[in-house]
Design a protein around this ligand. Structure first.
Ligand code: F0G
Length: 459
């Protein structure tokens, strides 16, 4: 899908946040000081921050107004009921349990459901989901369709799970699969959507084997947009109707509200199972808070309630998706290798193609994030060998993930078309001098989720 014209923002700007400019020399010094890890760069020293689309969005005037209505009662706050109603309208499940963000929801759900040695299938696990399975001594398994690993193949629903892979796992690991997850959109696989037909099929299999089926649903509205755009029979349906239909196929959802909740913090678990909900609420009280606030302020609940309404707006979603396409098209026209088709929340650069002279064990994706920051002050994130490589043998032999990418995640309602043009120009310039970029060596790392805190040395 081409998007040549810069899409017009369906909002105007009421408040501004200055952007800092730094010199190349300053950035080189910062990189040395932070051990060549972009997570350790102070945000003040970043010109355009595409590290994540999570919690980095701008709130609307109605969300700022909603903040003032926050009820900060410990138990049974008015804001909780507003939040609950907003979640129920879209998701339709009986219980709504707030958490401070998505990974807290993961931790609590897995604590309740997983036993040591259990298997948790997903299309592709996101890093925190995978880590939360691993810390409970479970096995995260990625069952996305094989086509998902071909970065040039353009098919409409590249986030789909392979039903035959799922059935095989359920047969082989009978009694050892406590739930099936599906991530919409599939963040670790290029932000690709999952079709309604695939969700229906996965749902049927889960019900046949009587295994709870849950969504990792933080970008549900973007997924619904792609279904509306691409799947026969959905063009005339609203985003709300499509979302309701998706969620009707499962038993519950884990949600980080920092994405399509259009909030800066928050998350929730929502589900039908009464007994499981009771268990989750008990776990919640131990570490997150009472079940009507779950580690959030009442005002946060108000903001999420409002955000969940705004994200269903077609004008908002059209602009959002087209903004990502606009950046992707600028890059593609200049011959920059990117993951296709273009996903919902980010453009993914193919780092191994961008830097073919850097071997996988010298982390081309990571090297690209460092070079991008050094040359232009742009911060992106590696989704490749540092984030996902696994040690397999005693000698520490590494297995690298199939895709080596750099994600340019676009925060919601924050940057304009001219910011994206600056990004495209910077990447195109970098591509011209790509031969000068060198790989890196890890000098310190702590598992799991080593990418957040590791230090590196340039080679
Ligand atoms: N699931 C998916 C698919 C995610 O993308 C994220 C977060 C989470 C779960 C965890 O949610 O951050 O609220 O605890 N993704 C961010 C990202 C951090 O940059 O993609 P959280």
């Amino acid at each position: 899908m081409k998007y040549k014209r810069s899409p017009m923002e369906p909002y105007r700007i009421k408040m501004i946040e200055p952007i800092s400019q730094t010199t190349r020399r300053e950035r080189e010094k910062i990189l040395r000081e932070v051990g060549y890890n972009v997570f350790a760069i102070p945000a003040e020293k970043v010109t355009i921050d595409l590290l994540t689309d999570s919690g980095t969005g701008a709130m609307s005037q109605d969300q700022w107004a909603a903040l003032m209505k926050g009820d900060e009662s410990y138990a049974g706050a008015r804001s909780y009921y507003r939040f609950e109603a907003s979640v129920k309208k879209i998701f339709g499940y009986r219980h709504v349990i707030p958490t401070h963000q998505g990974r807290a929801a993961e931790r609590i759900l897995f604590e309740a459901l997983l036993k040591k040695g259990d298997y948790v299938p997903n299309n592709i696990h996101f890093d925190t989901t995978m880590a939360n399975v691993l810390v409970r001594h479970g096995h995260p398994v990625n069952l996305v369709i094989n086509e998902a690993y071909d970065p040039k193949l353009e098919i409409p629903f590249k986030g789909n799970m392979d039903p035959s892979k799922l059935e095989r796992l359920l047969r082989q690991k009978k009694g050892r699969v406590p739930l099936v997850l599906i991530t919409i959109t599939n963040n670790s696989g290029g932000g690709q959507p999952v079709s309604m037909a695939n969700l229906r099929e996965i749902s049927r299999i889960c019900h046949r084997y009587q295994i709870p089926f849950f969504f990792d649903a933080c970008r549900f509205a973007e997924n619904a947009f792609f279904i509306k755009e691409r799947e026969p029979g959905y063009n005339q349906k609203s985003i709300l109707e499509i979302a309701q239909e998706m969620f009707s196929l499962a038993d519950g959802a884990l949600v980080s509200a920092k994405k399509d909740g259009l909030a800066n913090i928050g998350g929730f678990i929502t589900l039908n199972d009464e007994a499981l909900a009771e268990k989750l609420k008990h776990l919640l009280i131990i570490s997150e808070g009472f079940p009507t606030y779950g580690g959030l302020a009442g005002r946060d609940l108000e903001v999420i309630a409002r955000g969940l309404e705004e994200v269903l707006d077609l004008a908002y979603l059209e602009h959002r998706i087209n903004q990502v396409r606009y950046l992707a098209n600028l890059l593609e026209e200049a011959g920059i290798p990117i993951f296709k088709p273009i996903g919902g929340h980010a453009v993914y650069l193919l780092a191994d193609e961008f830097l073919p002279h850097i071997p996988r064990d010298q982390y081309p994706g990571w090297a690209l994030t460092i070079a991008l920051y050094r040359e232009s002050g742009i911060r992106a994130v590696e989704v490749g060998g540092v984030m996902f490589a696994k040690k397999i043998s005693q000698k520490g032999k590494l297995v690298f993930p199939r895709l080596e990418m750099v994600r340019l995640a676009i925060p919601r309602r924050v940057y304009t078309a001219s910011h994206l043009e600056y990004v495209a120009e910077a990447i195109i310039n970098l591509y011209k001098q790509r031969n000068k970029i060198r790989g890196l060596k890890i000098i310190k790392a702590r598992e799991p989720l080593r990418h957040f805190t590791a230090s590196f040395k340039p080679l």
